[in-house]
Ligand binder design. Structure first.
Ligand SMILES: Nc1nc2c(c(=O)[nH]1)N[C@H]1C(S)=C(S)[C@@H](COP(=O)(O)O)O[C@H]1N2
Ligand SMILES: [Mo]
Length: 251
């Protein structure tokens, strides 16, 4: 790693981060500056570089969590701004999208949830629905505006008696995908258990029968084909998160 990386990291420090740095330094003797210096020093073997990157990523998660304002809304757009066609993305090609039978489908609930009975699709369609036209941003370098509708996730969590003092909500998908989010994001007003895309039942490629839509998180944190939702205090990680993608990846 080069000194340049450490240098630019410091240069882009905002007053808010500088403040945090001071507080952190007092609280646990660790600062942004210290990490930047660490990043700038000569680390030659891949293992120690990886360790530093993991440490920085974990630290980054905590800072983002502190800076995240659950009342701040992501931009919404008029329907005229919708990207057509909306892109497909997944860890496999579009021809390999899982085919899920809606009649047999049950959404499983687990962990710190009082009423963890499975949900059938007609029951979910019967709940009050809201819509959003928001921008989806993928780490691979593209973004697109789309319209999703479904159940406000905070309403759903309340309805099933989820313990909202828990730290994490985890998602297991019908493909081999998984992800997890912080509770503040789960309760964010724009976090949606999306059942429709462009006013139609979610097509397979966009995540039938449901995806979690969060305009405050990068695309890979928005799980499609959700099979199970669980509430926990242990960070469940996820498909990309376990490969080193920054866990918080949001605002
Ligand atoms: N189950 C599942 N969810 C997933 C993925 C996946 O491969 N499987 N890919 C993620 C990534 S990286 C992106 S960018 C979005 C793509 O969503 P879209 O196909 O609706 O554009 O889904 C996310 N959720
Ligand atoms: Mo993505």
């Amino acid at each position: 790693m080069s000194n340049k990386m450490g240098g630019s990291f410091l240069a882009h420090r905002t007053p808010q981060v500088a403040n945090l740095e001071r507080r952190l330094f007092l609280k646990r003797g660790l600062s942004v500056g210290a990490l930047a210096l660490l990043a700038g020093c000569e680390l030659t073997d891949a293992e120690s570089v990886q360790k530093v990157l993991w440490a920085m990523s974990g630290w980054n998660d905590r800072v983002q969590d502190w800076l995240f304002d659950p009342s701040r809304l992501a931009p919404e757009f008029p329907e005229s701004r919708i990207t057509r066609p909306f892109p497909f993305n997944g860890y496999y090609s579009e021809s390999e999208v899982p085919v899920i039978d809606g009649t047999d489908y049950r959404l499983e609930l687990g962990g710190m949830i009082r009423d963890a009975k499975p949900w059938r699709l007609p029951e979910l369609y019967a709940l009050p629905q809201v819509s959003q036209v928001t921008r989806h941003i993928c780490v691979e370098g593209w973004s697109a505006i789309g319209k999703w509708s479904g159940v406000r996730f905070s309403d759903f969590l309340q309805r099933v008696g989820a313990d909202t003092t828990a730290k994490y909500v985890g998602f297991q998908c019908a493909d081999d995908y998984s992800t997890s989010i912080d509770m503040a994001t789960a309760l964010h007003p724009q976090t949606l258990l999306a059942l429709r895309y462009a006013d139609e039942i979610l097509p397979p490629k966009y995540g039938f029968p449901m995806k979690l839509r969060m305009p405050t998180k990068l695309g890979f944190k928005n799980p499609k084909h959700i099979a199970a939702i669980f509430v926990t205090n242990e960070n469940p990680g996820g498909y990309w998160e376990d490969k080193g993608y920054n866990w918080f990846s949001g605002s």
